[in-house]
Design a protein around this ligand. Structure first.
Ligand code: GSH
Length: 319
């Protein structure tokens, strides 16, 4: 784990910048520019990049749920040939996310051996965390964005491919679910798992299961979160569900019950998993390797549990 300060990489993670009163506080993403057509609106202050096939590269990691959102969007929007990808090794080292010289964890774009080298190219004096996903512009040699929520939105809109994930008519409902699921569940599991006090852990864990209960109730009424159509809200939820029973339940102590104990949500998760291309973005073995990485606080010996083995192939029955 590391951090960059004024362009210099520090291997020692101060930790203090993500914990307050024992509670985990996720830092805001630092680079939030936008790919969009010249006439499409972009957020204030963002720099505009043109949508061009073959120009952008995604730095991802299989085990990272935020990178998973970007990978899923790439699949749902049919952008596999438009945006290339590098996958970091599942376990971070004192150099942070790292790459091999060749094989499945090599970086075909810049050939870096660690992600911090990509950030260093972006801004020589960069200060901040060194997170995936990163969307890289190969033409200007700059990072467009390191915020997954933004990357989903720009990939959804910019390249003119079909299958809108955020149709205007559903936007309010999508935003309402996102606003609930991000703190309560997507980040809630981290608030439980990275807590440094009993109180902070209990708060995070209770939020996780309250949010899951609300989702279970909704999915008893509609096929997807906002109705009968798969949207951005479902896409943002799925990576957390995919990691829940193999990683968060054990590694982050989110163990009041499991995903497979929630009949509607478990069938819904299988519904999404069985959609074309989705299983190819999932690797349960890598989730375990990553979440059970050696960690002084959580898993000092880095031993990875053998189970559980969960079958995601039974029919979901939600058609
Ligand atoms: N806001 C970011 C969060 C990304 C994030 O926290 N990624 C984690 C991996 S799951 C990471 O790379 N952490 C490295 C670090 O914080 O040093 C997003 O959603 O894109």
């Amino acid at each position: 784990m590391g951090l960059m300060i004024d362009g210099e990489y520090h291997t020692k993670d101060p930790g203090a910048d993500t914990v307050e009163d024992g509670e985990f506080k996720r830092k805001r993403a630092t680079i939030r520019d936008w790919i969009a057509h010249p006439d499409a609106p972009i957020p204030d202050g963002a720099c505009r990049y043109p949508p061009e096939a073959g120009r952008y590269h995604l730095y991802a990691a299989w085990n990272c749920p935020w990178a998973h959102r970007a990978l899923l969007t790439r699949v749902f929007k049919g952008l596999e040939e438009v945006i290339s990808v590098s996958y970091a090794r599942p376990r971070r080292t004192d150099q942070g996310w790292v790459y091999d010289e060749d094989g499945p964890y090599a970086d075909p774009c810049l050939g870096v051996s660690a992600l911090h080298q990509v950030y260093a190219r972006q801004t020589p004096g960069y200060t901040g965390r060194l997170t995936v996903p990163v969307l890289w512009d190969t033409q200007e040699a700059r990072i467009v964005s390191n915020e997954s929520a933004d990357i989903i939105k720009m990939l959804d809109a910019a390249f003119g491919t079909p299958g809108q994930l955020c149709p205007p008519a559903l936007r309010d409902r999508i935003d309402a679910w996102n606003a609930r699921i991000y703190p309560g569940l997507n980040n809630g599991v981290y608030r439980a798992g990275f807590a440094r006090t009993q109180d902070a852990y209990e708060k995070g864990c209770r939020d996780v299961f309250d949010t899951l209960d609300a989702i279970e109730t909704q999915l008893g009424k509609t096929r997807y979160l906002t109705g009968e159509r798969f949207t951005e809200a479902d896409l943002r939820l799925f990576p957390t569900l995919a990691r829940f029973d193999v990683a968060y339940h054990y590694a982050f102590k989110c163990n009041i019950h499991r995903l497979i104990d929630l009949p509607n949500t478990w069938a819904y998760a299988r519904d999404i998993y069985q959609m074309p291309g989705v299983a190819g973005t999932v690797d349960f073995g890598i989730y375990k390797t990553g979440y059970f990485s050696p960690s002084e606080l959580r898993n000092p010996l880095g031993i990875v549990p053998l189970g559980p083995h969960i079958d995601w192939s039974p029919p979901h029955g939600r058609g």
